[in-house]
Design a protein around this ligand. Structure first.
Ligand SMILES: NC(=O)c1ccc[n+]([C@@H]2O[C@H](COP(=O)([O-])OP(=O)(O)OC[C@H]3O[C@@H](n4cnc5c(N)ncnc54)[C@H](OP(=O)(O)O)[C@@H]3O)[C@@H](O)[C@H]2O)c1
Length: 287
């Protein structure tokens, strides 16, 4: 099967492309420099020429706080970009996979969100990703929307690396303890998306199994690494007060009820840390 991936150079793309190749697919990787998803005509032409059977649309504006000060760019990439892909997928009769986010929910629930729970995004990022979802539902004929959460992978800036880096500099770490969700390893998400392909087209949830707070996530990272970090819990309110930039509102609770079997988030974290260690050893200690 010929598969076109957008945002292939991003954190998820760099893990997903080889996993899809291992699953027997012929993957065509695209990113900003060879396929700008905001250019409707370019998207249509590219897809008409390449004729993929499947499009995995990962390209996005992912700076959640940055989007608060630049809603136009976030909308152009996350909403208009998704619409361009949906229209082109329909024209090419290709299956479209769109990766979305737990931030489409307002976080007022106290039990895991189901795929058909009403969305009520509270941030610019969440709103533009939800508009992207709607554009896919309205314009594509064959599609899967895969919502995920708290994503981390070896090829991107992520929470785990931030924690390890700050701890290495013996900084005092205050991490919020009043947001609950599910950390998701990019490798597990890519494998989870493959599992969706047996299901009817529609909207699904694919994230690490189980839930935690950012504070307990940090605690688990340090426990597994045997690091005694100077870590303390804080509230979102205090955290936001101490920042000198706009901080997007995040859901207090955004655990997703998984649509496919997924690995427990702690197991996935262990596997990420082991992989990271093996890379460190081969690169002589610098990651
Ligand atoms: N990260 C998370 O915690 C999280 C959580 C839930 C859902 N998601 C979703 O998962 C997907 C993958 O996320 P990720 O963390 O892998 O994101 P990422 O690392 O930011 O990768 C996104 C890629 O898209 C590219 N891109 C941006 N604008 C583009 C454009 N106009 N045309 C083509 N490519 C463009 C980016 O290039 P530049 O870097 O050069 O801009 C980057 O290579 C996204 O759809 C995201 O919304 C992420």
């Amino acid at each position: 099967m010929k598969v076109l991936v957008t945002g292939a150079k991003g954190m998820l793309g760099r893990d997903l492309c080889p996993i899809f190749e291992d699953a027997g697919m012929f993957v065509i990787e695209t990113d900003k420099e060879n396929l700008d998803i905001t250019d409707e005509k370019a998207v249509e032409e590219f897809i008409t020429n390449v004729k993929p059977q499947m499009i995995v649309h990962l390209a996005a504006y992912t700076n959640v706080d940055g989007a608060e000060s630049d809603p136009e760019t976030a909308d152009l990439i996350n909403h208009k970009g998704a619409k361009n892909l949906a229209l082109a997928a329909k024209k090419a009769d290709a299956l479209l996979i769109y990766v979305s986010t737990d931030y489409v929910f307002d976080g007022l629930k106290t039990t895991p969100y189901l795929p058909n729970d009403p969305a009520n995004p509270q941030s610019v990022y969440g709103k533009t990703k939800f508009l992207g979802e709607e554009a896919v539902r309205q314009n594509a004929e064959k599609y899967y929307i895969a919502r995920t959460s708290w994503l981390y992978g070896i090829h991107g800036k992520n929470f785990i690396e931030t924690m390890l880096n700050l701890a290495a500099h013996e900084k005092e770490l205050k991490v919020v303890n009043d947001q609950t969700g599910s950390p998701t390893y990019t490798v597990d998400l890519a494998l989870g998306i493959l599992k969706l392909l047996n299901k009817p087209f529609g909207t699904y949830h694919v994230s690490g199994e189980g839930e935690t707070t950012w504070y307990d996530f940090a605690r688990e990272i340090f426990a597994l690494e045997g690091i005694e970090a100077n870590l303390a819990p804080t509230s979102t309110e205090d955290y936001v007060k101490n920042q000198n930039k706009k901080i997007a509102q995040r859901p207090k609770y955004s655990t997703l009820q998984n649509s496919v079997p997924m690995r427990d988030w702690k197991e996935a974290l262990k596997s990420y840390l082991e992989y990271r260690k093996s890379l460190e050893q081969t690169s002589g200690g610098t990651l």
